[in-house]
Design a protein around this ligand. Sequence first.
Ligand SMILES: [Zn+2]
Length: 447
Amino acid sequence: MKALHRQQSCELHVHVGGCLYAEDLLELGRDIYTEVDWSLFVNSYEGAFGVRPDPERLFREGLRSARGREVFRQHYVYRQEDGGDFGRFQAKFDLLICLYRYWAQHLHREEEVLWRIVERHRQEGLTYVEYRAMFGLDNPESFLRFHRTNARVFQQACTADFTARYLISIPRGAALAGYELVQRLFAENPELIPAVVGLDFCFFEEGYPPEKLRPFFARLQADNHRRPGQALEVAYHVGEVFFDKSLESAVRWCHQAALLGARRLGHAIALGLDPEVAIGRRPGGHEAEPVSERLAQISYDLEHRRELEAVGVAVDNKALRREQAELQGRCAEEQVCRPYTPQRLEEVRRRQDLVLAELARLGVCIESCPTSNLRIGGVPSPVQHPLWRFLRSEVGLAIGADDPGVFDQSLAAELDWVAAHVGLGKRALAARLGDPRRFRFGQARPS
Ligand SMILES: [Zn+2]
């Protein structure tokens, strides 16, 4: 058995749509591509890349010749040269959304799309997969139908040697409303409860401080306690794209998500990317943030003063209180700018170590997705990948493929990549990572 077998057969971080490869899209579009409404893709692609694509031509040529297939792939596969930008990634992702919508809304055969995904994973040798997917809340009936279909297929996909589970991604800006709908799904389809083991927060994180989700987490915790048989755990994308704030705030967001109750953090690049590298990514990188974030940081520093000082981060009580009083009179959205000094950068490193140790203590795992971080997470190069820091720490760590189809990279390839770059050897890497199944959701439910 291969050294990394346990890690390569267990996937904890994939988005359903992102599991479709360019070849899958060509197959799914073969007979219908002239019927599909491509406007979402065409507009977002033009907005992100400045070129208006012609999807019908892409399919026609893609189905006809090897050259056409390559051009099709270029419009779908998200590569390094597309350049660390979530909007550009979303534009490519929109191609599959348009196609999926047609299969769901016009053909009513979206299950076939899902089965294709499951079959591929089975063939790759995966034995445990937690899928996650998002759907807007505008129309509750559509939301329920979408997740019901997904959960049902993943439930039916389970066999003696393959287990699929489902996490429902709910919008950060309307978490309680999304959660209510998930509860409705459980009430209407109790048979799906075993398949749905968690909730996920993904998509744009900037502008959505974890702290705002406090009422959601309180409600979830109370419900989980009251009905342990249908308890839900939370996976939370955080510290992935954080140009809107200081590095201290980005580190704090990861910590706060864990303190609020998230059991797994998606990416958490902010905890592993060296501060000097992070600020060098853009002119004036991470120097400015809104008054509201600076105020939240001051409160955090005052509250966690003892832990921070224990790791060598100076917390000047008086100066912080003064700054707090001054900022409280200002508009929350106003930007405050604080340039970095070598000492401050060193303190950010210590904050990162502190939070990594805290996550380890809380048993909170980081889901690190190597390729995704390089291509959309703004990690400038493999040597600067946050993973190396994570591996040197004690934090629980699971490797995920995120959107293997869009990145054209399987989970097995992700782990081979880590093994090739880590300088540890496969056996030592396997020993450090351990079995990722220990982080799977649903274990707290009474059996
Ligand atoms: Zn993700």
